[in-house]
Design a binder for this molecule. Structure first.
Ligand code: ATP
Length: 300
C-alpha cells in the first residue's frame, strides 16, 4: 500500500511530530504499507490544496497529522478532489475534538493496527451554504465562540488546552452579557430563542468537552443543534454540574435537536467559529453533506 502523510509541523505542542519516525517505521514494519510520502504544510490552506490535488489511485490512504484545523483542511481537500481516498487521522493539535470523539489510537502500534484492520466509515461533513465553508466538527456562535481567535499560538504551545480555559475565564463577564435572539429552522421545525450560545455539531466533542452533544454521530446524516438559552453565572454552574453527570441535555437551559438542514437568523452582528475559521454574518444556513468522507477508524 502507498500512503501520503500531510503534516502540520507547528500544530499542538509538536510532541507527535517528534515521534513520527516511530509511527512511520512501525507502519512499514507491521503493515502492507511500502511507500510513505510526506508533505509538510507551510501555511494556511496548504493541507487543503495538497489533498485537493489528489486523484483516485494516487494513494491507498492519506494521513492527516495536526489539530482540528488540519483535519478540516484535509477533509475539505479530499471532498474537492473527488478522489474517494480514505483518510486516517493522527491527532497532533491542542484539543483534537474530532479525534477524541472517534477514540483514535495514540500509540504507533495501535495506529499500525488500525491501518491493518482498515475499517472505514462514511463520515458526514457540515457545510455553511453562504460561504461554502465546511466543518468536520462544529460551527459555534455566542458565548466563548470567539475565544479561539483570542488565544495565541504561543499560549497554546505553552499551556495546551488550558490556554482556552484561562482566556475564557478572563472574558467571563463579557461572555455572559451575550444575548442572541435566534430564529431557528431545523428541518421542518421552527422556533425562536434568546440564547447565550449555539453549537451545530457533527461529532459529540467540542472545545475539549466530550459528549457535550451526546447523541451526535458522524455518520447519521444529521447535525446536532445545541443551544444554551440566555443564562447567568448560577445557570452556567448548574449546567456544568449536570454536564459532569451527563444529564445536561435535560437541563431547562438547553434546547437540543437534530436535523440535516439548519438555518439560524439573528439581528446581532457576531463572529462565529467554523472549526477554528472565522465566520461572519447571518443568516447561517448549514447542510449536512452525508457520508462524503471515507474515514479510517479503530475496529472496536
Ligand atoms: N507550517 C505552518 N506554519 C504556521 N501555520 C501553519 C503551518 N501549517 C499550517 N498552519 C496553520 O495551522 C492551522 C491549523 O492548525 P491546527 O488546528 O492543525 O493546529 P492547532 O491550532 O495547534 O490545534 P487546535 O486546532 O487543536 O488548537 C492551519 O489551518 C494553518 O492555518
Amino acid at each position: 500500500m502507498k500512503c501520503l502523510f500531510i503534516i502540520n509541523p507547528v500544530s499542538g505542542t509538536k510532541v507527535i511530530q517528534k515521534n513520527l519516525d516511530r509511527i512511520i517505521g512501525t507502519l512499514i514494519l507491521d503493515t502492507d504499507v511500502s511507500t510513505v510520502d510526506i508533505f509538510y504544510t507551510q501555511k494556511k490552506n496548504d493541507a487543503m490544496n495538497k489533498a485537493a490535488s489528489l486523484k483516485l489511485g494516487d494513494y491507498d490512504f492519506v494521513v492527516s497529522v495536526g489539530g482540528d484545523g488540519t483535519v478540516n483542511e484535509v477533509l475539505m481537500g479530499l471532498i474537492n478532489s473527488k478522489s474517494a481516498i480514505p483518510v486516517a487521522l493522527i491527532p497532533a493539535g491542542t484539543v483534537n475534538d474530532f479525534a477524541n470523539y472517534l477514540k483514535l489510537p495514540t500509540t504507533p502500534d495501535a495506529f499500525a493496527q488500525m491501518i491493518k484492520d482498515f475499517k472505514t466509515i462514511k463520515a458526514d461533513v457540515g457545510q455553511e451554504a453562504h460561504s461554502d465553508i465546511c466543518f468536520a466538527n462544529v460551527l459555534s456562535g455566542g458565548m466563548f465562540s470567539d475565544i479561539a481567535f483570542q488565544v495565541t499560538k504561543e499560549l497554546k504551545n505553552t499551556f495546551g488546552p488550558l490556554a482556552y480555559y484561562v482566556t475564557g475565564i478572563k472574558e467571563l463577564p463579557a461572555q455572559l452579557a451575550m444575548n442572541l435572539h435566534l430564529k431557528v429552522t431545523a428541518d421542518n421545525e421552527y422556533f425562536e430563542e434568546d440564547a447565550s450560545l449555539f453549537l451545530i455539531t457533527n461529532s459529540s466533542s467540542v472545545g475539549g468537552f466530550r459528549d457535550i452533544t451526546p447523541y451526535a454521530d458522524v455518520s447519521d446524516g444529521k447535525l446536532d443543534l445545541f443551544i444554551i438559552k440566555k443564562c447567568n453565572v448560577a445557570d452556567l454552574i448548574n449546567l456544568l454540574k449536570d454536564y459532569r453527570f451527563q444529564i445536561h441535555t435535560k437541563n431547562p437551559m438547553i434546547r437540543y435537536t437534530q436535523a440535516s438542514h439548519i438555518k439560524i437568523e439573528c439581528d446581532q452582528d457576531i463572529v462565529y467559529d467554523i472549526d477554528g475559521e472565522k465566520g461572519e454574518g447571518f443568516p447561517i444556513e448549514v447542510n449536512c453533506l452525508a457520508g462524503l468522507i471515507d474515514l479510517i477508524v479503530p475496529k472496536d
